[in-house]
Design a binder for this molecule. Structure first.
Ligand code: AMP
Ligand code: GLY
Length: 420
């Protein structure tokens, strides 16, 4: 099987790593990729927002499958271009990726499918926003309707700050904001593969979105993640399948926009029960780094079956008994103003540790030297028989890596590893 992976992050490096470990995968390509992915796959400098160019590359390489990592090309229609060229694609059409691309659309689908989620008002004027904020009260939850690379959501007790964020969103062309009821309780991420009809869940994971320890600081793309979740209710996955994933996949099918790829269910376990916080149309980063570190089933065949409508023929997934913890190394100034161009050393020493692997995100090679080129620079993944062992491995790895001015959280999976 020949596979082309689209993307540049640690999520795509994790996917490429799992594909490279699948004996059925004979040839691995990536576009545009990164230096870490380049050690596993042949890299092609193609613009991932140019669906035609990606489809042409896939055709020229004769690949059996294209796996699209990030949301923005999906929302822009990359999967439609690839399928139009007759090539199977793991990733939803633009119409189906609207589940992530428009929060108002996602709310509409959830309402139609009776999926539990936060009550919400879709607003297009400041007056509507003010009224919606006052109807729910603090804490206020204000979401940009469209894709905002992790910067679209503000949760605050400060009414003026809520209004200010809404004003910024409304000022964009077609500006729409969603004002939501605040959801309490722990958050989990559950990735559900779907070929448009069948639904197969992976194991749940938890992400750490805030920049600093103890959930202080601004929201980020994600500073770390772990799986499994020893504290989660035993029937959690079944409940999410029954009340969230299957009804959503059925509703998308009914609307003539079947969802093919991974439906990322971002969930809150509130005092009043399970609620969807958001849907995404791709794997979560860094959660998937931890989830794929535990998946024993070969990934290539699984993603091909998802892309080609054959998911119901697949045997049940197999998982290692291990736990996995991912810690993100972020550059100086991330998330507000990440500094780039700093030298990265120690990656090889970290990888020499048993039970540690290092995935690249914002890295580049400058005259043969590995340097930072983005906000989230590396994901260091540790595996072990318990979360405590996996944490110890991940932090042993990260402590061997040097990136001037970098920061990372020290408390990823700490509470869960202590039985909380
Ligand atoms: P989203 O982009 O929708 O995932 O939102 C980013 C983060 O904002 C989530 O992971 C939550 O931590 C927080 N958030 C979003 N919606 C809500 C809500 N209704 N109540 C409380 N927190 C929320
Ligand atoms: N880890 C959150 C996300 O990928 O959106």
């Amino acid at each position: 099987m020949r596979i082309l992976v689209i993307g540049t992050g640690a999520r795509e490096h994790a996917i490429a790593r799992a594909l490279a470990a699948d004996p059925a995968v004979t040839e691995l390509h990536a576009a545009p990729g990164n230096p870490g992915i380049g050690r596993l796959a042949t890299l092609h400098p193609v613009d991932m927002f140019d669906g035609g160019a990606v489809a042409a590359l896939a055709a020229r390489l004769g690949v059996d499958l294209v796996v699209v990592g990030p949301e923005a090309p999906l929302v822009a229609g990359i999967a439609d271009a690839i399928r139009a060229a007759g090539i199977p694609c793991f990733g939803p059409s633009a119409a189906a990726a609207a589940l992530e691309g428009s929060k108002a659309f996602a709310k509409d689908v959830m309402a139609a499918a009776s999926v539990p989620t936060a009550m919400a008002h879709v607003c297009t004027t400041p007056d509507q926003v003010a009224e919606a904020l006052d109807s729910f009260g603090a804490p206020y939850v204000v979401k940009d309707d469209g894709l905002a690379a992790g910067k679209g959501v503000v949760v605050t007790d400060d009414r003026a700050a809520a209004l200010a964020h809404a004003a910024v969103c409304l000022a964009k062309p077609g500006g729409t904001v969603v004002i939501e009821e605040y959801l309490d309780g722990p958050e989990i991420s559950l990735f559900c593969l779907s070929d448009g009809v069948a639904v197969v869940p992976l194991e749940p994971a938890q992400d750490f979105k805030r920049a600093f320890d103890a959930d202080a600081g601004p929201n980020t793309g994600g500073m770390g993640a772990y799986s499994p979740l020893p504290w989660a209710p035993a029937d959690l996955v079944e409940e999410v399948l029954d009340r969230v994933a299957r009804p959503t996949i059925e509703e998308m099918h009914r609307r003539g926009a079947p969802f093919v790829g991974v439906l990322y269910c971002g969930l809150a376990l509130t005092t009043r029960g399970l609620r969807v916080i958001e849907f995404n149309a791709r794997f979560g980063d860094p959660e998937v780094q931890s989830v794929l570190a535990r998946l024993e089933t070969p990934l290539g065949r699984l993603l091909l079956a998802t892309a080609t409508g054959n998911l119901s023929d697949e045997p049940p997934l197999r998982w290692r008994n291990d736990a996995a913890v991912t810690v993100v190394l972020a550059s100086h100034g991330y998330p507000e103003s990440p500094r780039t161009g700093d030298p990265i050393t120690g990656v090889e020493s970290a990888e020499a540790e048993a039970a540690v692997h290092v995935l690249h995100a914002g890295t580049a090679l400058a005259d043969g030297v590995l340097v930072s080129s983005g906000g989230r620079v590396l994901s260091v993944v540790g595996v072990g028989a318990s979360l405590a062992e996996a944490r110890a491995a991940a932090y042993a790895g990260i402590d061997l890596i040097d990136l001037p001015g970098s920061h990372h959280r020290r408390d990823i999976a700490l509470a869960a590893s202590e039985g909380e």
